[in-house]
Design a protein around this ligand. Structure first.
Ligand SMILES: *[C@@H]1O[C@H](CO)[C@@H](O)[C@H](O)[C@H]1NC(C)=O
Ligand SMILES: *[C@@H]1O[C@H](CO)[C@@H](O)[C@H](O)[C@H]1NC(C)=O
Ligand SMILES: *[C@@H]1O[C@H](CO)[C@@H](O)[C@H](O)[C@H]1NC(C)=O
Length: 382
């Protein structure tokens, strides 16, 4: 069965698999065309459910999934795609779709497909990898142990191994020099950390918080070094939002307020990440980054929602129980009609409207939201 997230392909495509020289020629032609017209030739996306565009649909044992209604209700044809959203997520808006009339952000025509949708499909793989691939997996984290209780997720370390495979495939087609050049101009978008914190906090609270954050930073550093060694140079990073304000956490708080302990973790994680990137970019020649402060971006919206057209900041659009935060968005859940007025789509994730706002802020925002410069400036770094 064709998975819901795959792009339509001519029925002939499968028979091309054996004709590898044709595939090669086509791929090379596309690379040449593409490099000529884009600042950022490809985007490789890694992370968790905030960036997952259907990875977990390919993991039958995974319970971290969104490939059922009402997810996707505002996606073209109201299709549930595995995105934890009523429509697109931030990875899509950064990816980028312009066939819907959205502005062309990083110069891409649309968001890269999940790696697992390309595996074992040579023609699709070669067609897409020159523009980028999405490895993000809902429920995953920086630590391999994060998400273990969800049946199966792909931790960041394994996502990087998958990227190494893609790099081999690029090298096989383009040769090492062109691959190195392509990767050095590409953006590596990473949105991760929340699940590690949720996981740790749920069993340890605030005990040994400093040690935990140091361990997390050290793991992040290992991952980034691995990516750098594989040719990644430009990093677009999204830090952890005020996760204590998610409907699921408000529902657990007797006062209905944000769980401040978790927000403290989110702020500390941002500082840690900022220090890490500042250090690594001075150590590694050619490494540049733009770090989005999802905490500040979200707080700005919560404090001042009206200019953004938002009216409901606490209750999820889709879910059940207190703040619609006690159950995931399943076909029997409550669902709101004015979805663009909601900050939260479900118990953890933002609506499509807020995902788009986040992408626009990352792309063109001021220093308070994205440092040391914004994603559009990152795209232009030579
Ligand atoms: C790809 O092929 C390998 C080996 O045949 C198999 O183990 C794997 O499950 C396949 N992956 C997908 C996503 O179909
Ligand atoms: C991609 O690379 C991997 C690892 O080197 C290899 O196993 C796989 O066959 C390659 N895929 C294609 C389509 O060349
Ligand atoms: C962010 O990006 C825009 C271009 O999109 C640029 O003109 C602007 O100067 C940047 N803003 C800041 C505060 O750096």
């Amino acid at each position: 069965m064709e998975p819901a997230v795959s792009q339509p392909e001519p029925p002939m495509a499968k028979s091309w698999i054996s004709s590898s020289s044709l595939v090669l020629l086509l791929s090379l032609a596309m690379v040449t065309l593409h490099l000529a017209d884009a600042t950022v030739p490809a985007i490789f996306i890694l992370g968790d459910s905030t960036a997952d565009v259907g990875t977990n649909n390919y993991l039958p044992e995974s319970t971290a999934r969104a490939d059922f209604p009402f997810n996707g209700i505002d996606f073209p044809f109201s299709r549930p795609t595995g995105r934890f959203s009523n429509g697109f997520n931030s990875a899509d808006y950064l990816g980028m779709y312009n066939w819907q009339g959205y502005s062309k952000l990083m110069g891409q025509r649309r968001s890269p497909p999940p790696f697992l949708s390309l595996q074992n499909k040579t023609s699709r793989l070669m067609k897409h990898i020159v523009r980028g691939v999405n490895f993000a997996s809902g429920g995953s984290g920086l630590l391999d142990t994060t998400g273990l209780s969800l049946g199966r997720v792909i931790p960041l370390g394994e996502q990087i191994q998958q990227f190494a495979t893609v790099r081999n495939n690029l090298t096989a087609v383009m040769g090492p020099a062109a691959t190195e050049s392509l990767l050095s101009k590409s953006v590596f978008l990473i949105s991760i950390g929340s699940n590690d914190i949720f996981n740790y906090y749920s069993s340890n609270g605030n005990s040994n918080k400093e040690e935990f954050l140091i361990a997390l930073k050290s793991k992040y550093e290992d991952h980034l070094k691995n990516l750098f060694n594989l040719g990644a140079r430009k990093f677009g990073i999204i830090s952890v939002p005020p996760i204590g304000c998610c409907p699921s956490l408000r529902a657990l708080n007797p006062t209905g307020g944000c769980v401040e302990d978790l927000n403290d973790y989110a702020r500390a994680f941002f500082s840690t990440t900022e220090a890490l990137f500042s250090k690594l970019s001075s150590e590694f020649k050619g490494m540049t980054y733009s770090l989005g402060n999802a905490y500040e971006m979200t707080m700005n919206v919560i404090e001042n929602p009206l200019p953004f057209g938002l009216k409901e900041l606490k209750t999820a659009c889709c879910g059940a129980g207190k703040f619609n935060g006690e159950s995931p968005c399943v076909p029997t859940a409550n669902i709101c009609s004015n979805r663009d007025e909601y900050l939260f789509w479900d118990l953890y994730h933002p609506t499509q409207a807020v995902a788009e706002l986040a992408a626009l802020t990352l792309y063109g925002g001021a220093l308070r939201f994205v440092t040391p410069f914004n994603f559009s400036q990152l795209a232009e770094v030579n």
